[in-house]
Design a protein around this ligand. Sequence first.
Ligand code: GTQ
Ligand code: FE2
Length: 353
Amino acid sequence: MSDRNLIQELDRELEAKNFQGLWNEALWKSDAKLMTKDPKTAVLPCLWKWNDIEHYLRQAGELVGLDGKVERRTLRLLNPGLKDLRGQKHATTHTVHMSVQLLKPGELASSHRHNFGAFRFIVEGRGAYTVVEGEKFVMEPGDLILNPPMTWHGHGNDAEPIMWLDGLDYPLILSLQVLTWEPFPGDFQPIKESFKSAAYRVGMARPVWEKAAGPLAYKWEETYRTLKGLEGGEGSPFDGVALEYVNPVDGGHTFPTMSCGIQMLRPGEATQTHRHNSSTVYHAFRGSGVTVIDGKRYEWEKGDCFVVPLWSWHSHQNQSKKEEAILFSMNDRPMLEALKLYREEAGEGMPKV
Ligand code: GTQ
Ligand code: FE2
């Protein structure tokens, strides 16, 4: 027998015993495709128009009730690049999910808990509320409400139709194969009317008995005041007047897995190009502009959502000379930093918008 045949025979024998030799040519060839100087991702840039989101969500609002069979009325933003990947669930990026949720007046979305983290960023409508660990958080446009892993939560609405963004680290938790989910015994968790600790949890003086971050809300009024206060300053060359929603418990990222941000692009402001190996999902909260991703223009207006995949060159521009533009965003940078994998590069001399 030739050496080649002998190797093939060896490979077959190894396979039967759950081994694999890296000398296997086909294997090395497919591995070599991954061994590149720059990271490779299946995540594609994608833009979802608010017109579509709103249209389909309202349609679902008429057709789909929250009757116990439907846990949440949410529209998921699916990345077209992840659809056909074998074994990979549909998601907005490989690590995070963004959905838009509609809750109509008179509706209750039952309480449950899970070990994936979640946040709500309110887009439209006011007066509905979410109950997290018995604490009632009234939802108003621009508010960010954190729903840490394993906290019980349900939503209620006795006001007007409301739409908000759900940000979830679900795809990561799923790929780690540790996902858990439980319904609340008794359907909706009662509100602790007398207990309003969330309001006191976020200041410079904090309760000593709380070791982990509980639910909390960043009210739009305060966020906007900070943005406006920094308006006359330098800002970030890549992001304009950009803020991270810092977690007050440890001063770190919003979640151990996800970071949320809000950035104001001043009238006519155009940022420098850069790239990093975290991916970002954006939502245009105010104004309109264009984001150039690897040389391609993505024009966005109020309500639109879009993805900037990891390692793609990108820059933003506010196209209005008069109005400010405000982008809300989420990214998976904390996951990469925790693993000491985070990298970024400035695109010196890269063409701008
Ligand atoms: O509102 O609790 O978009 O559990 C996905 C999973 C929303 C929620 C989502 C959830 C929720
Ligand atoms: Fe949930």
